[in-house]
Design a protein around this ligand. Structure first.
Ligand SMILES: [Zn+2]
Length: 328
């Protein structure tokens, strides 16, 4: 039997006093007379003073409160701060991740100055509920962090056209698409240039090491930023090891060199005017004829060896016939 259609018309979808059916909700009688903290099991008669507020829809049914009492949150913060080597920022982040709280550096900084009887996590959480952070959750954080990486060449083109980034496509390709954040590429690139300047004749193996060193240098800077002493020490140790392994030159050795030496000239040119783009071919052509030497005395015999041909050098060869002799 088909159900009869209602003739009722309402102007808005959200139920209100004027609509025939009020907002569907539990009657007051069904409300519990206490709220039990899921972590410690303590019963509280009020949500408001005992459970921190939340912006997450996950906790809508609990009148937008976190399912952890303030005391437990305090303990959790102490635990994570210890676990992360006294790094409070990381501890805050972990808790934000756990309870779907918006995480950002401005909130972190705002929560730094705390009064003696208020823990930092409570300052952070209560500020994360201010009007400017309405509806912002850890999902927002993830979205914001994602937009800082360039995930494709197309995205690069758009950002470059809008003037949002200031790195070259070559830089992006050297370090990889979607791996680093926008502001990390210049850090990598600057260190790379420094190492290349000091080691202009680095071979392919050393090139791999050089890139690793750039990664480690970035890790050190990030650890420093986060006041992550442990991370910094590890990256620093790895850096020293890799550097030694690579057999690279240190900055000190470069100090009294000048740009007139052979290597530095090439390094200098590479830095500011890449060889392939250099316009004045005459200026850097094969002045000492090393190219010709290669062709005549290395390439030619190799071709003969490989293909069985018997091409002779145009100058140094024993003539076999009179014609051969005369041709020369
Ligand atoms: Zn509790």
């Amino acid at each position: 039997m088909a159900q009869e259609k209602s003739n009722r018309r309402v102007a808005t979808t959200t139920p209100s006093k004027n609509t025939e059916i009020a907002k569907i909700r539990h009657s007051k009688d069904e409300e519990p007379n206490f709220y039990k903290c899921p972590s410690c099991g303590t019963n509280y008669t009020k949500l408001d003073d005992n459970f921190p507020s939340s912006q997450s829809e996950l906790y809508a049914g609990w009148n937008y409160h976190l399912p952890v009492c303030k005391k437990c949150l305090d303990q959790m913060f102490v635990h994570y701060t210890e676990a992360y080597g006294n790094n409070e920022d990381l501890a805050v982040r972990r808790i934000c991740e756990k309870y779907d709280i918006y995480y950002c550096t401005s909130l972190l900084n705002a929560s730094r100055k705390i009064t003696k009887n208020r823990s930092r996590i409570h300052t952070y959480v209560s500020r994360s509920n201010l009007t400017q952070y309405i509806k912002k959750t850890f999902d927002t954080t993830l979205d914001e962090e994602r937009t800082n990486t360039i995930s494709s060449i197309e995205e690069y083109d758009v950002k470059k056209a809008n003037g949002e980034i200031n790195i070259t496509k070559a830089t992006l390709k050297r370090w990889g698409v979607g791996v680093f954040e926008d502001d990390e590429y210049p850090i990598l690139e600057e260190h790379y240039k420094m190492l290349k300047e000091n080691n202009p004749n680095a071979d392919n193996n050393q090139e791999i090491f050089i890139r690793s060193l750039c990664h480690l240098n970035l890790l050190m800077i990030k650890a420093l930023k986060n006041k992550d002493l442990d991370g910094y020490t590890k990256a620093n140790g790895e850096y020293a090891k890799t550097f030694k392994q690579a057999g690279l030159k240190t900055v000190e050795e470069k100090d009294n060199s000048n740009d007139e030496t052979f290597c530095m000239t090439l390094g200098f040119i590479s830095d500011y005017t890449p060889e392939e783009f250099y316009q004045d071919k005459e200026l850097y052509k094969d002045h000492d004829d090393i190219g010709e030497y290669m062709e005549r005395h290395i390439l030619r015999p190799l071709i003969n060896l490989e293909t069985g041909s018997s091409t002779r050098d145009k100058e140094y060869f024993v003539p076999e016939t009179e014609e051969d002799y005369e041709e020369e």
